[in-house]
Ligand binder design. Structure first.
Ligand SMILES: *Cc1c(COP(=O)(O)O)cnc(C)c1O
Length: 375
């Protein structure tokens, strides 16, 4: 089999051989062995969030990619008379605005530019000004740019104001320490194929049980009904509809490998090392990061296009891909940027190989090194 390309993206990510090999089995979705595995995965996910069923939290697995998990929460958690405050500083925040609009949920939206963190004081002000707001949602790491939002500070404000707090922790959970109770988090959403390094196929929601119970009969869709999904998993231990059995097998192995790496702290250390090596190497080549270092996460980094007319992103991307290095095209509103992720089963040697490839490709394209500052 040909060697896989390395994925410097926000997901799907490069996974270990052993995670991929875990999928070489067919499992019955109503079989005891499968049901036990699903229970164990749910328990371990709560543990990663510093919680347990005994402490009042539940883990619900939802088929589909991360967006399905977000949509399951937004379409189930907000009552007909509720109002959702959406904090937006990137594309994933905007996607939630689209969802809320689609469901006819009353919303208020606070927006920041893509290089600015959500400002907790503005959230406080919005909550003081509008008693109708029942729920607040934030994106923890906005993968659009890699900016890390002050989720804990916002959580404290939301909790003190007696509102429900929803966190899209898709690209941070598993690699950024999280404590659901301490963070005032009522619903946290993440997915199988990000920092836990599984393969795509399901998302998961960690929720306060009392909040989940209040979702009964509220969902605007059948298949994404978070309450019914939870009741199914708690009742007979089964998914309501066909589960991604192979993805779950891979995920169980990925959780094992996360523990072997030293849990969240071990994974955070590797990703931080990757990020620092990438930043340093790209700086040597002259690339300018989009974000200020104070707000930059160690998950994914956006770089400005060089100000050299020989630089064409599509060609840069294609030539890197030919060298088995897959980066991520930009999705920023106003500035030309590309992104490089350093999550997934990537080590320092992979980052170094990427940097060598970038230098080689720039030479092929006759882009002067160090590259010119963006225009
Ligand atoms: C990846 C991601 C999602 C979900 O995207 P999918 O393509 O549906 O998996 C949502 N929010 C954030 C912040 C993400 O990084």
């Amino acid at each position: 089999m040909a060697k896989d390309k390395l994925l410097f993206t926000p997901g799907p990510l490069t996974t270990s051989r052993t995670v991929k090999e875990a999928m070489l089995h067919d499992m019955g979705s109503r079989d005891e062995e499968f049901i036990a595995m699903v229970r164990d995965i749910r328990r371990q996910l709560l543990e990663l969030g510093g919680a347990s069923q005994a402490s009042g939290y539940e883990a619900v697995l939802v088929q589909g990619s991360g967006t399905f998990g977000v949509e399951s929460v937004l379409s189930s958690a907000i009552p007909a008379k509720g109002k959702l405050l959406i904090l937006v500083n990137g594309a994933y925040g905007e996607r939630m605005v689209q969802m809320a609009t689609r469901y006819g949920i009353a919303t208020e939206v606070l927006r920041w530019s893509e290089d600015e963190m959500v400002d907790p004081a503005s959230v406080q002000k919005a909550l003081n000004a509008d008693a109708a707001i029942t729920h607040v949602v934030i994106v923890d790491c906005e993968t659009t740019t890699g900016i890390l939002n002050p989720t804990e500070k916002v959580g404290a404000i939301v909790q003190a104001a007696g509102r429900t707090f929803i966190v899209d922790a898709m690209s941070s959970f598993g690699a950024v320490p999280t404590d659901l109770a301490a963070g005032g988090i009522d619903y946290l959403i993440s997915s199988a194929n990000k920092c836990i390094e599984g393969v795509p196929g399901f998302s998961f929601v960690l929720a306060r049980r009392s909040k989940l119970e209040s979702c009964k009969g509220q969902a605007r869709t059948l298949s994404l009904d978070l309450y019914e999904q939870w009741r199914g998993l708690e009742g007979n231990g089964q998914f309501r509809y066909t589960p991604p059995t192979h993805t779950l097998l891979a995920f169980a192995q990925a959780l094992k490998e996360l523990a072997e790496e030293g849990g969240v702290a071990g994974r955070a250390a590797r990703y931080l090392g990757n990020h620092n090596a990438l930043k340093a190497g790209m700086k040597e080549l002259g690339f300018l990061p989009y974000l200020a270092p104070e707000v930059q996460s160690y998950i994914i980094t956006a770089f400005h296009y060089p100000g050299d007319t020989n630089f064409k992103f599509e060609e840069f991307y294609r030539r890197l891909s030919q060298r088995d290095m897959v980066i991520y095209p930009g999705k920023l509103g106003h500035v030309d940027c590309f992104r490089m992720g350093n999550i997934g089963r990537l080590k320092d040697k992979d980052i170094q190989a990427l940097l060598v490839a970038v230098e080689g490709v720039l030479k092929e394209m006759s882009v002067a090194i160090p590259v010119a500052r963006p225009k």
